[in-house]
Design a protein around this ligand. Structure first.
Ligand SMILES: Nc1ncnc2c1ncn2[C@@H]1O[C@H](COP(=O)(O)OP(=O)(O)OP(=O)(O)O)[C@@H](O)[C@H]1O
Length: 343
């Protein structure tokens, strides 16, 4: 029997938009949308992940596809627990192991003790022998390779789907932080509202996300791009196509982008001067899918007068961070939430 069969320690990035599972020694083995489809009357879980995402906006009345973590909090315990169990079981390929795995789960910062317990219990019920929690910005910073243990200031800005988390980390702890519920989803919503107002056209979340990724920008580049958007005319009720420009999208995104900038500036204002000086030297590191919005790094750098670096793989940082913690659990124990209150 191969040793690998005995344990499959894993890290889970429980994101509002996507969840990822990192298995020790293997890397990222699973990446699926944080979506669960349930039967409305019985509450029975019908599908999780990719399969459930396909159902969004397309379900008959008695089935609902929900994102249980949508606003950066655990809106629905039972559904979140089902989702965690599904991801763990899928990563274990539904096999049982002689030695059950250790699991590190990253959660939005500011989860309540009740939410913490729900996540821990879900991991234990799914077969974990120990379940540890880590705050998302800490995991992102570790995943981005920041020296979180050193007595120096590191600033991480993690812009996900539901939340933007800004944190200054030193000596393995979060010194000051801010979390706002404005991130990628709000950018999509701003595009939906703009298209509705300017063209009387109704578009869905997925179309808005495509527009954002294709032609969205936080910093005007001078080069105008266009995108043909298909939606439903609010007046005639019929399908219609309009052409929108990157300039328009830039303007539509200005509100959520300003809110993110304010969160960064506000956190910097509360940072002790020595740590702020370190950040000035080392720069701000941005991670999370939302940080990939074109020109956002440049805008943040201009507005804060600090160097800004985009992490290597912004969408994978948090999952890599949970993986690094697993690989060095004894060294990194200090970065976990209440590490002593285990299983
Ligand atoms: N190239 C891109 N440009 C702009 N936004 C992008 C790009 N690629 C992905 N995104 C956005 O990134 C967001 C998802 O990021 P990520 O997977 O890091 O979030 P999450 O970890 O699930 O959420 P959270 O951190 O809030 O829990 C989505 O809003 C998505 O539209």
């Amino acid at each position: 029997m191969r040793i690998g069969l005995f344990s499959k320690d894993m890290g889970i990035d429980l994101g509002t938009a996507n969840s990822l599972v990192y298995v020790k020694g293997k890397g990222i083995v699973l990446r699926e949308p944080s979506v669960v489809a349930i039967q409305r009357d019985t509450g029975q879980v019908l599908a999780v992940g990719e399969e459930a995402k396909q159902m969004i906006g397309r379900t008959p009345g008695n089935i609902v596809a929900i994102r249980p973590m949508k606003d950066g909090v655990i809106a629905d315990f039972d559904v979140t627990q089902s989702m965690i169990k599904y991801f763990i079981n899928k990563a274990l390929r539904n096999r049982t192991f002689l030695i059950r795995p250790r699991v590190v789960v990253s959660v939005p910062s500011g989860v309540t003790p009740v939410e913490e317990r729900a996540v821990r219990e879900a991991a234990l019920q799914a077969g974990a022998r120990e379940a540890y929690l880590i705050e998302e910005p800490m995991a992102a910073a570790i995943g981005a390779g920041l020296p979180v243990h050193e007595p120096t200031g590191n600033m991480i800005v993690d812009i996900g789907g539901g939340t933007t988390e800004v944190a200054v980390i030193s000596l393995g702890g979060i010194v000051t932080s801010r979390s706002i519920r404005i991130a990628g989803d709000e950018m999509d919503e701003a595009i939906i509202q703009h298209v509705k107002k300017a063209y009387n056209l109704m578009i869905g979340e997925r179309t808005a996300e495509e527009i954002k990724i294709e032609i969205g920008t936080a910093y005007p580049t001078g080069e105008i791009q266009t995108y043909d958007v298909r939606g439903r005319d609010l007046v005639t009720g019929l399908p219609k196509t309009v052409r929108i420009t990157s300039e328009e999208v830039y303007k539509a995104l200005s509100e959520p982008v300003s809110a993110i900038l304010d969160a960064i500036k506000g956190t910097l204002e509360q940072t002790p001067p020595e740590l702020a000086a370190d950040i000035m030297d080392r720069g701000i590191v941005m991670a999370g899918g939302g940080s990939m919005l074109r020109g956002l790094d440049r805008l943040v750098s201009e507005e804060t007068a600090m160097p800004v670096h985009l992490a290597d793989e912004p969408l994978l940082c948090v999952a890599y961070g949970t993986g690094r913690v697993l690989e060095n659990i004894d060294v990194l124990r200090r970065v976990l939430i209440n590490p002593r209150k285990l299983s």
